[in-house]
Design a protein around this ligand. Structure first.
Ligand code: NAP
Length: 313
């Protein structure tokens, strides 16, 4: 079995070592320019079109992350990049669930315990105990309830917050109310105090966090964008912050990354920023997931992680 690997930024040696251990029967090579030899599988992130186009023997491509919006855009640009019949997989969890839970729980507790207000008071040299917030007025709503959203929802429910999620299909997660489809979006938003985005970026979800959506949240809401910058209209968020409709935001992803130096988000006192680090797949767990999935594909057993190219995630 031959596997080619391409990633423009990762510390490749570590990945190759983990992959060789997890799939010892495979010959694994890093793609280099002019490599047009056959490969059964390709493991890639943001690959040049030549890594996949006309690759002989290719059965499946694994994207080395959870989101597939970038590669699907590239397939649109180069319709012959992926031959018909070659399946596309993505990484599920591989360490990202725990990181997303840590990120979301710590930030929701930060807002719930009013540490944002106390930080501003501290900057003003002000000693003033504030009224406490109650769990029942702190409903958390997850946009997206898949591999990551479902687990973040469950971890917040365990902290005693009322939690709801919105997805395409109805869910049955312990302690989480489920809303599904466009017809239930308004009901989901109404009363949501903390909105957490874990949707995939698709033509249906691009720009979803806009003025109309923000206006339907509870007064003084908080927004946590952990998915993609394209989901959020940044000017609409700034307007909602200015009006007080939204009280605070924490953003890990941006329309343009790195976030341009002149973006007003940098200096906004009620906006916290991290540089797209909410969750990253861990090489050892990713290698184990890829090895397991390849074994199932080879024996013809159905497996998870396959992307529906027409659906967009
Ligand atoms: P996933 O398992 O595919 O879950 C996607 C969820 O979104 C599903 O619940 C799906 O509904 C729902 N959904 C999709 N389109 C929808 C629509 N039009 N209306 C309503 N719901 C819709 O994805 P995941 O693994 O949880 O990852 C989610 C996203 O997180 C990724 O796509 C990626 O962009 C982002 N991410 C960001 C980072 C970071 O570091 N910031 C790291 C990892 C991932 P159904 O369940 O009904 O299909």
């Amino acid at each position: 079995m031959d596997i080619i690997f391409y990633h423009p930024a990762l510390t490749v040696d570590n990945w190759l070592q983990e992959l060789k251990q997890a799939i010892p029967q495979a010959r694994i090579r890093q793609w280099t320019k002019d490599d047009d030899a056959a490969a059964d599988y390709a493991l890639v992130w943001n690959p040049p079109v030549e890594v996949l186009r006309q690759r002989k023997n290719l059965k499946a491509v694994f994207v080395l992350g959870a989101g597939v919006d970038a590669i699907l855009n590239k397939f649109q640009q180069y319709p012959d990049m992926l031959a018909p019949g070659v399946s596309l997989y993505r990484l599920e969890d591989t360490g990202m669930v725990q990181q997303m839970q840590e990120y979301a729980v710590s930030q929701v507790l930060h807002w719930f315990r009013r540490f944002d207000d106390y930080q501003l008071q501290k900057m003003a040299g002000k000693w003033l105990p504030l009224d406490e917030y109650r769990h029942e007025e702190f409903t958390v709503g997850l946009l997206g309830a898949g591999v990551l959203g479902s687990k973040v929802a469950e971890s917040l429910a365990a902290w005693g917050f009322p939690v709801r999620c919105w997805s395409r299909s109805k869910k049955n997660y312990a302690g989480v109310s489920s809303y599904a489809g466009d017809e239930e979006l308004s009901a989901f938003l109404s009363g949501t105090r903390v909105l957490i985005n874990l949707l995939p970026n698709t033509p249906q979800t691009t720009g979803i966090i806009n003025q109309s959506l923000l206006n339907q949240l509870a007064e003084g809401a908080y927004v946590l964008n952990l998915a993609r910058g394209a989901h959020l209209i940044e000017t609409d968020l700034l307007a909602a912050l200015a009006s007080g409709r939204v009280k605070g935001a924490m953003l890990d992803v941006f329309a343009k990354e790195p976030l341009p130096a002149d973006s007003p988000l940098w200096r906004h006192p009620r906006v916290a920023i991290t540089p797209h680090i909410a969750a990253m797949s861990r090489p050892d767990e990713a290698a184990a997931f890829i090895a397991r999935t390849i074994a199932l594909i080879e024996e013809g057993t159905p497996t998870t992680g396959e992307v529906s190219i027409t659906r967009g995630y």
